[in-house]
Design a protein around this ligand. Structure first.
Ligand SMILES: [Zn+2]
Ligand SMILES: [Zn+2]
Length: 224
């Protein structure tokens, strides 16, 4: 499989998600890339193996981070486009990634008390608020089941609501951060995904990025 076709298929998926809020179908990818169906299928499988896409059991695109085709608890409303936000991290990332949507409304429900929560998220600085994000799955296990991991990266009213949710679900505490830390994590993490060529961050640059966002400890693969 030529690298060129794989990259064209990646861009067709990402560009359509960014502009329209959903993934293109196989036929549409073929039109956008001038590749045939077998080449498109092969490229999608390769991108999934590289963790650039998450697929369902039938091979359909479920996630192209930060975009997703399914409801994982977040909506992200821009000026022209409405997206499912994959998780707290992904939802906060969209206004920094999508050039002509610099300000969005991120809405969700607190898993602890079911209260509706919403923030205007921009690329100029974190939203104000007492709410916290809780991530359940440590980074080194996220890709064991990335849809499960994303669906458990949620925003809560407070640490009290996180504790209530943990008690109710029986999960152990993951990692709690404030809105400013979540925004720093999200704002640059996906940069470059709408450009070619794109390389995912290697483990060292990922660790450096997490540290610069103000994250700590083994949950993030960090020693400190
Ligand atoms: Zn709550
Ligand atoms: Zn996510």
């Amino acid at each position: 499989m030529s690298r060129d076709i794989t990259e064209r298929v990646r861009r067709a998926i990402y560009d359509t998600f960014a502009a329209e809020g959903h993934a293109p179908g196989l036929q549409h990818i073929q039109e956008l890339t001038t590749a045939d169906e077998a080449q498109v299928r092969e490229a999608i499988a390769e991108l999934a193996a590289q963790r650039q896409l998450a697929l369902d059991q039938s091979g359909n695109v479920v996630m192209a981070h930060p975009f997703t085709t399914v409801n994982l608890g977040f909506s992200v409303m821009g000026e022209r486009t409405l997206w499912w936000g994959g998780c707290a991290w992904d939802s906060f990332a969209i206004p920094s990634l999508v050039n002509d949507e610099p300000s969005v409304l991120v809405a969700t429900t607190c898993p602890g008390c079911l209260r509706p929560l919403a923030w205007t998220v921009t690329r100029s600085g974190p939203p104000e608020g007492p709410e916290v994000a809780h991530f359940l799955v440590p980074m080194d296990r996220v890709w064991n089941d990335v849809v499960y991991a994303c669906s458990n990266q949620r925003l809560f009213c407070s640490e009290h609501c996180v504790q209530a949710w943990l008690a109710c679900t029986g999960h152990a505490m993951g990692y709690i951060m404030d809105l400013a830390t979540l925004w720093r994590l999200a704002s640059g993490w996906y940069s470059g995904r709408l450009d070619s060529p794109y390389q995912r961050k290697d483990p060292q640059s990922a660790a450096d990025y997490f540290r610069s966002a103000g994250l700590h400890g083994p949950f993030w693969g960090l020693n400190d």
